[in-house]
Write a protein that binds this ligand. Structure first.
Ligand code: APR
Ligand code: PHB
Length: 394
């Protein structure tokens, strides 16, 4: 029977980063991933990194290409009432964010892990986890037509929202909190230059729109859409028209259109489970919490969980002390709830929830207040760049 110290389920950013940081601290892991390596490396996700995430990737020895290719953004814009207002992140907080796609982060982490000789098992099917209330949990899976069992000291559930780890916890042992929003985001990726060098989050009476980017040659746009929309109903030309209608005129005029490279529709959800530790099983990243993408906190929160967990496990293996392990859930949840609050609030002031004219006036008043108050702007900016961490990296 195979053995490792930490069995990591899922080779998304959470699982790969955790495995690498543990390796650097002398802790052995095996990563089991349901999908193929090509599928995981090609998945399109968001692309704004807080400085804390950048620092952790560099520390993990997976930051070199990111430091060369990222775009450092000192601000972003809020569009509303036909105008665009810049939020000066650098001026308000002294910090900036880095634009670098999660797809690239995943590829970099994979390469770093493979170069370090990691045990990454792709296309591991029928993964099941058991015995995490005992000293040595086990993981069963099938691979290449054979069934396998792995024993370990800990299981890290890095298997995303639809993963098996959270589903293996008795429902009475956890509490979940959820908000489903009455709309989705229709995303389009195209090899055209962005209309401005920073992101624009636009509130419009037809619905929200976002101008983002992956590089100075590749743009990523989103428009709020109904939950029952079908991609077939959105040929590129319709997306470009709808996008331009929702942007301030000066930005709309600068949008360059072109054929889409990728299109997708995603629902928006806030979700948190408590606690994040059950015996020797930890939930990490999307497995334990989801935020709507407004503000791009998903990947950054996942990295923040990993930051807490690798330190706790490294400390346990170095000294035998369990305090940090026992504190994992409480420590992560404090940051998670603040990011859930920020993402929910940012969604609430930028999206169209109903036809109700009072709600619309409230949104416009909030945006008008916000853009006229340095106190309110500082609050937005400090959340957007990422709240400070309690502990320095080890
Ligand atoms: N067995 C093995 N692997 C699984 C299983 C399973 N039963 N279920 C899911 N997985 C894999 C998925 O295929 C995926 O590769 O777990 C991985 C989870 O990765 P992500 O969903 O990317 O989650 P995470 O690594 O926590 O990254 C969080 O990704 O979804 C975004 O907004 C989110 O940006 C955030 C980041
Ligand atoms: C993206 O580029 O995909 C992106 C950027 C910012 C967000 C969400 C998504 O808030």
């Amino acid at each position: 029977m195979a053995r490792t110290q930490v069995a990591i389920i899922g080779a998304g950013p959470s699982g790969l980063l955790l495995s690498q940081l543990l390796h650097q601290h002398g802790v052995d892991s095996v990563v089991l991933e349901r999908r193929s390596r090509e599928y995981v490396a090609g998945r399109i996700r968001a692309g704004v990194l807080e400085q804390g995430t950048v620092d952790l990737l560099v520390q993990a020895n997976a930051g070199e290409r990111m430091l060369n290719e990222r775009l450092v953004h000192d601000g972003f814009a809020l569009g509303f009432a036909g105008k665009s207002f810049r939020v000066d992140l650098r001026g308000l907080t002294g910090n900036a964010v880095s634009v670098y796609g999660q797809t690239e982060v995943t590829k970099d982490l994979m390469e770093t892990r493979i170069a370090a000789g990691a045990r990454l098992i792709f296309e591991a099917h029928d993964v099941s986890v058991e015995g995490f209330d005992r000293a040595h949990p086990t993981v069963h899976y099938s691979h290449g037509g054979r069934t396998h069992t792995l024993t370990c000291d800990f299981i890290a559930g890095c298997d995303g929202y639809h993963g098996v780890c959270r589903q293996s916890i008795p429902t009475e042992a956890m509490q979940s909190f959820e908000r489903i929003y009455p709309f989705g985001w229709l995303g389009i990726l195209a090899d055209v230059p962005p209309p401005a060098h920073e992101l624009i989050y636009s509130n419009h009476e037809r619905g929200f729109a976002l101008c983002s980017m992956r590089s100075v040659h590749r743009s990523r746009y989103y428009v709020q859409c109904g939950l029952d929309e079908k991609l077939e109903a959105w040929p590129d030309v319709r997306i470009w028209d709808e996008l331009r209608r929702r942007l301030p005129a000066s930005v709309a005029d600068a949008v360059v259109t072109g054929p889409s490279v990728e299109k997708s529709i995603a629902p928006l959800r806030s979700f948190v489970v408590e606690p994040l530790k059950f015996g020797r099983l930890f939930l990490v990243g999307d497995a334990g919490h989801i935020v709507p993408p407004t503000g791009a906190k998903g990947l950054n929160l996942a990295a923040a969980d990993v930051r807490v967990l690798y330190r706790a496990l490294a400390e346990y293996y170095r000294t035998g002390r369990e305090e940090l392990i026992d504190g994992y859930s409480a420590q992560c949840l404090r940051r998670i709830w603040k990011a859930v609050r920020f993402s929910w609030w940012f969604t609430s002031i930028t999206h169209k929830f109903s036809e109700d004219p009072f709600s619309r006036r409230m949104q416009l008043a909030e945006l008008d207040y916000l853009t006229g108050s340095s106190a309110a702007l500082t609050s937005v900016a400090e959340n957007y760049v990422g709240l400070p961490f309690e502990n320095p990296p080890i």
